[in-house]
Design a protein around this ligand. Sequence first.
Ligand code: FAD
Ligand code: UDP
Length: 370
Amino acid sequence: MYNYLVVGSGLYGAIFAHEAKKHGKSVLVIDKRPNIAGNVYTEKIEGINVHKYGAHIFHTNNKKVWNYITQFAEFNRFTNSPVANYKGELFSLPFNMYTFNKMWGVVTPEEALAKIEQQRKELTNEPRNLEEQAISLVGRDIYEKLIKGYTEKQWGRDCKDLPAFIIKRLPVRLTFDNNYFNALYQGIPIGGYTKMVANLLDGIEVRLNTDYLKHKDELDKLAEKVVYTGPIDAYFGYKLGALEYRSVRFENEVLDKPNFQGNAAVNYTDRETPWTRIIEHKWFEFGKDEDGNDLPKTIISREYSSEWKPGDEPYYPVNDAKNGLLFSEYKKLADAESKVIFGGRLGEYKYYDMDQVIAAVLDCAGRELD
Ligand code: FAD
Ligand code: UDP
C-alpha cells in the first residue's frame, strides 16, 4: 500500500510526489500520457528542445518558488519578447513605447499617454469585459489590431463575453521594454523541462499510459490517499455538466533552414490567419545546441485553438462567470472527498502559470505533509 497515488506527472504531481518522498512517504505516480511532465514536456528533435504541448517560458516574482525550482534545473537567460504580425505589419509586444511608436508615430511617453487617454474616452463606465478592459488600457487602435482578432481566435468567444482579467496578464508600459513579463526571475531550463521533471521524480515509481479514471477502483486500492491533477469535472463523470476548456492543436514542421522568423514567438493578431501564433523553438536556447554550436535546421509549431470536446486535451480553463459557478458546485463535491486532493490547472480549474502551480503545490504539500 502506497501512502499516495499521484494522478498526473505534470508540475503539480511531480512536485507533490517529490515532497512526499522527501517526507518519507511512499508514492506511485501515474499518467495517461506516454511521457512525464504534463504540459511542460519537451522533446529533443534535430538538437532542439521542442515544447510539445505549447511554448513554456518560466517567469516569477516569487523568490521561494524560484529557489525551489532551480534546485532541479539551471535556467538560461531567455527573455520572452513576442512579435505581433498584423497583416504583415510587425509590432512589439507587450504594449510599450516601441508598439506605440509603430502604431501612432508618437515619440515621447507623454504623447503615447495622450493618445491612449483620448481613445479611452469612449468608455463611460468601469471595464466590464475584456474588450472594455483592453480599450481602457491601450485604446481602440491597439485593441482592433493586436487584441481583438487574436483573442477571438484564442478563446473562440467575442471579447465582450470574456473576463477582463485575461488581458490584464499583459503589461502596458510607457518605456522601451519588450520584456513580456514583469518578473524578477525568468528563463528556460537548460536541457529542457522534461529533464527538470525527471529530476523531481528521481527515485519515484512512475507508470505511464495509465488512465486513472478507467481503472479507478483497482488503483484506489493501491494507496491511502490520492492526489488528482486531471480535470475536476472528468473525475465526477461530468455529472453536473462539462466545464468549458480551450484545446490547442500543434502543427509541427522541421525546416531545412537555420532561421524561419528570427524570434521564438510571432503572434498573428488578425482574425483571418487560422493559427494564433508560430513558435520557433530553437530561439528559446538562442539557436545553439548544448555545446554552443549553431543548429542548421529549425522547428516551428503553428498553434490552432479550438473548443474542447471529449477526447481532446483540455489546455485552458475558460474562467468566465458561468464556468466559475459550475466549478464551485464541483468544488463542493471535491471537498467532500476526504481521501482525494484536487490540484493543478485542471484539478482547480484555474488559469495558473507554472510558478503559481508550484506555489500552490508547495502550500498544499506543507499542509499535508509537515
Ligand atoms: P498538467 O501539466 O496539465 O499535468 C496534468 C497531468 O495529468 C497531465 O500529464 C495529464 O496527462 C495527467 N492526467 C490527466 N487526467 C489523467 C487521468 N485520468 N489519468 C492519468 N493522468 C491524467 N505557464 C507559464 O508559466 N509560462 C508559459 O509560458 C506557459 N505557457 C503555456 C502554454 C500553453 C499552450 C498552455 C496550455 C499552458 C501554458 N502555461 C504556461 C501553463 C502551464 O502549462 C501550467 O501552469 C502547468 O503546466 C500546469 O501543471 P499541472 O501539473 O497543473 O497540469
Ligand atoms: N493577447 C492578445 N494579443 C496578443 C497576445 C495576447 O490579445 O498578441 C491576449 C489574449 O486574449 C490572450 C491574453 O492576452 O489570451 C493573455 O495572453 P498570454 O500570452 O498571457 O496567454 P497564454 O500565454 O496563456 O497563451
